[in-house]
Design a binder for this molecule. Structure first.
Ligand code: GLA
Length: 361
């Protein structure tokens, strides 16, 4: 592998079409990359030291990993750390970051940062780390260094997605299928509504959901909830664990049903699956908040084929599948419902499936 002295790399944020909180249960997900990304302009240094600047915060941080790195730079340090842990000789580097991925909206700005930095360091160092292995390494940076117990969906989407396609990922085997998603060709649009709801509970509640799923699998004597059927769940006595597990089991089924429809090009027909996914997150997994429930209801009442919260939950974004010529009316209806409930105005924008991480120059 040859090394590079410098270059520019980019990696995108994502939305998840369907398959929420299934990734850490060894299940199925169907995200696509957003046309918003983090770009890193990187240059190799001749010493084991990393200097990172962010145009978002205006800060510059230098570290050599002899001491723990905290704050946003921990995502960068985590990638260096995870590469070293995996036995790679990581080149020192100057990394200048800029991003238009909305932060704090559940659109994977952290995965975009990790994956852009990972691409840059791999190419600068000429490291032999095949693309399919990169999501797990970026996930390890976040799990073990930053301390967030996320699954592998976001890093996979940011790394592996293709323009015009959603990424069907089996999180157990890491097998991928790129599913064509020609929204415009069918007069459709996916509208994202950033609810802008403050989500403070996110870390502890996410970890609690993950722990509940692991507990349920353990009680059932299964490696993960991926292996459970609805019939198995009658063996769970605890009603809370039963509801958590039911979300995961039914959500995996909904992903598979969505894939079947999309393989046939029947995009409109996935609407009801999106909406039942939302109901399952609201009632069984209990990860929605009034703002996102309101956005879903208002979008459906205004004619969306389906709508659901996307991402980890407790705020963040909703996506709605709409006829392109109804998108403005749906966005308007959501805005009015937010005003009527005294919520902050939402941000609504259409999204199309964009490519994953890439070297720009
Ligand atoms: C966050 C995590 C992902 C996934 C989703 C929920 O985005 O980072 O790994 O678990 O929540 O589907």
């Amino acid at each position: 592998m040859s090394t590079l002295d410098s270059g520019v790399w980019a990696a995108p944020g994502r939305v998840n079409l369907i398959g929420e909180h299934t990734d850490y249960c060894d299940g199925f997900v169907l995200p696509f990359a957003l046309p918003y990304r983090t770009e890193v302009t990187a240059a190799r240094l001749d010493r084991p030291e990393w200097t990172v600047s962010s145009s978002l915060t205006g800060e510059t941080v230098t570290f050599d990993l002899s001491e723990p790195v905290t704050g946003w730079a921990a995502y960068v340090a985590g990638v260096v750390w995870a590469l070293r842990e995996a036995g790679y000789e990581v080149p020192g580097a100057r990394l200048d970051l800029t991003s238009d991925v909305p932060g704090g909206a559940g659109l994977s700005s952290s995965a975009a940062l990790e994956c852009a930095v990972l691409s840059a360091l791999v190419d600068l160092g000429g490291l032999d780390l095949p693309v399919p292995h990169r999501p797990k390494l970026a996930q390890r940076a976040e799990n073990a260094y930053v301390g967030v117990p996320c699954g592998v969906m976001d890093q996979s989407a940011s790394t592996l997605c293709r323009e015009g396609h959603a990424l069907f990922l089996d999180c157990r085997t890491m097998a991928v299928e790129h599913i064509p998603l020609d929204l415009a060709g069918q007069g459709l649009q996916i509208l994202v509504v950033d609810s802008r709801a403050p989500h403070q509970l996110v870390d502890g509640e996410y970890a609690a959901r993950r722990a509940a799923c692991e507990k349920a699998a353990e009680i059932l004597g299964l490696p993960a909830l991926r292996d459970a059927t609805l019939a198995d769940l009658s063996r769970l006595d605890d009603p809370l664990l039963l509801r958590r597990a039911r979300h995961v089991v039914t959500e995996n089924d909904r992903v598979l049903a969505t894939i079947e429809l999309l393989r046939d090009g029947r995009i409109r027909e996935i609407g009801p699956l999106l909406t039942s996914s939302h109901a399952s997150m609201r009632d069984d997994f209990e990860i929605t908040v009034p703002e996102v429930d309101t956005a879903v209801e208002a979008a459906l009442a205004a004619g969306a084929y389906g709508a659901r919260m996307t991402g980890g939950g407790f705020g963040g974004c909703v996506l709605a599948l709409v006829d392109a010529d109804r998108a403005a009316a749906v966005a308007d209806a959501v805005g009015q419902a937010f005003a009527a409930n005294g919520f902050r105005p939402p941000h609504c924008f259409p999204v199309t499936p964009a490519p994953g991480a890439t070297r720009l120059s």
